[in-house]
Design a protein around this ligand. Structure first.
Ligand SMILES: Cc1cc2nc3c(=O)[nH]c(=O)nc-3n(C[C@H](O)[C@H](O)[C@H](O)COP(=O)(O)OP(=O)(O)OC[C@H]3O[C@@H](n4cnc5c(N)ncnc54)[C@H](O)[C@@H]3O)c2cc1C
Length: 459
């Protein structure tokens, strides 16, 4: 293959941001404030042709290529030093086909924008739990959210993608045209090309849902979590729950004496009939003596944005993650012990209750690994600035190490700088081997390596 050496400006029609440009600092910033990198060029792409031009330019100049969707990669893979960023954030189109029940979504779209468009029709694409996350990176790793038990992962609702390859070719990946590539795209991250557009199946949701946070003081946490474990054991798919262990924010929902003190919160979404939902969450609300109960009927879009303030742009983030097969007494004890040790008012454990539709998809159907995981740990050490960050990082590492005997798989989108050594946990040996063959076929030179990188064979 010949890589064109035509000047970038003759083939790229988007906005080109280089050092010295008035907006350079704004466009190199990503969500994680601890990442400060200075690319040579930020190519703000308008379409697939621009994406191909950015890829070709990076290759011909021998520069690293970073690909940016929503900019929420925990380790900051969407920006690089001294390389080219293919920034897809100007590509924000959403086209609904209500007759077919599908949505075409460009790669720069954020979750809240997609919910805003689909919820006007009482529909949704199952995606994540923070509305400013990008649909692109989230979907390519799998995509877990409030609807994961009812409708599966985002990739379980993906019908196909348009993708620009390492040679600058625009191709379609779907079950019919390129089943192998489509298998790899669903969980293999951005390893095989730059997706410019996703086609999803739409699902019926809301627009009104039963939405809860219920809080207890940390002294009740062991009891609450043991109750929670049993309560969700046979829960219907309509119920999705997430546990949060952290210091209580200064929220009007919480009594003032709890502000800044460690709490356990159980967050729920009931995605079915509202009356059934209140019946389903009643045992939770009446367990022990909750310090606050914020259960209410809310618009799905409001519920989807409930956690946004806990994960603001520009704070410093460090994440360690793993899945566990069960919330055993030991796992609960470790979790509560480390919750008590949190110093930063922002650090948190977010513990997902999984299962349901996600777990019923055949494990071999997609590259995503870990469908049988019962719970996913996301341990986030967070500070507003550099001050105290090292301590929170250490807290996250220690917490994760203490879970070592219980760890099974790990969600690839929750990996940080530990990705290279944990690919086996993220994919399992057999899938990793298949992914490496696919990588060798589609990107033998590893052009797309700023991600949780699947090395080509012999790479
Ligand atoms: C606040 C927050 C909340 C989160 N909540 C959830 C959640 O609820 N559920 C969940 O499953 N995950 C969640 N995540 C993890 C999230 O899925 C990953 O961080 C994801 O990679 C973010 O995608 P992005 O497009 O915003 O990020 P980016 O940083 O832009 O991209 C992430 C990775 O994907 C690659 N990439 C991006 N776009 C493309 C593309 N179009 N083609 C090819 N490669 C591409 C990038 O190169 C990079 O390696 C959350 C992350 C954050 C920071």
């Amino acid at each position: 293959m010949t890589i064109s050496s035509a000047p970038l400006t003759s083939v790229f029609h988007g906005e080109l941001i280089e050092p010295g440009h008035a907006d350079y600092d704004r466009y190199r910033e990503i969500w994680n404030g601890s990442i400060d990198r200075r690319p040579t060029a930020i190519c703000r792409c308008r379409d697939a042709m621009d994406v191909a031009a950015a890829i070709t330019h990076a290759r011909s100049a021998g520069l690293d290529l970073a690909v940016r969707g929503g900019g929420h990669s925990f380790p900051g893979h969407s920006v690089c030093d001294d390389g080219v960023v293919a920034d897809l954030s100007p590509m924000r189109g959403i086209t609904l086909n209500l007759d077919r029940g599908t949505a075409r979504v460009q790669a720069g779209v954020l979750l809240g924008e997609l919910d805003g468009a689909t919820q006007q029709h009482g529909l949704a694409v199952p995606a994540g739990i923070v509305s400013h996350t990008g649909i692109a990176g989230l979907t390519l790793g799998g995509g877990m959210g409030w609807l994961v038990r009812k409708y599966g992962l985002s990739i379980d609702n993906l019908l196909g993608v348009d993708l620009v390859t390492a040679t600058g070719e625009l191709i379609r990946a779907d079950e019919r045209e390129t089943p192998d590539l489509f298998w790899g795209v669903r969980g293999g991250g951005g390893n095989f090309g730059v997706v410019t557009e996703f086609e999803f199946r739409l699902r019926r949701v809301g627009p009104q849902v039963v939405s809860c946070p219920v809080f207890w003081p940390i002294d009740d946490a062991e009891r609450v979590l043991r109750f929670y474990r049993d309560w969700i054991a046979d829960a219907p798919d309509d119920l999705m729950t997430i546990v949060s262990l952290r210091k209580a924010p200064a929220s009007a929902l919480l009594p003032e004496e709890l502000h800044g003190r460690p709490v356990v919160a159980i967050l729920c979404l009931w995605a079915g009939d509202v009356e059934d939902g209140f019946r389903a969450v009643a045992p939770l609300r009446s367990f022990g003596q909750p310090a606050a109960d914020g259960c209410a009927v809310r618009a799905f879009v409001e519920h989807q944005a409930m956690l946004d303030p806990s994960f603001s742009h520009g704070w410093w983030y460090y994440v360690r993650a793993c899945d566990v097969a069960a919330l055993t007494d030991e796992v609960i004890d470790v979790s509560v012990e480390y919750a008590r040790r949190i110093e930063s008012p922002l650090s948190a454990l977010t513990l997902w209750g999984l299962g349901g539709a996600m777990a019923r998809v055949d494990e071999d159907a997609t590259a995503f690994y870990g469908r049988a995981a019962a719970h996913a740990f996301n341990i986030s050490g967070i500070t507003a600035t550099r001050a105290g960050f090292e301590r929170e990082q250490q807290w996250a590492r220690d917490f994760w190490s203490a879970l070592e005997p219980h760890r099974t798989s790990v969600y690839v989108n929750y990996l940080s700088d530990d990705g290279a050594s944990r690919l086996g946990e993220a994919y399992g040996a057999a899938k990793l081997a298949r992914l490496r063959s696919l990588k060798t076929a589609y990107d033998p030179d590893n052009v797309f390596h700023l991600n949780q990188n699947i090395p080509p064979l012999d790479g």
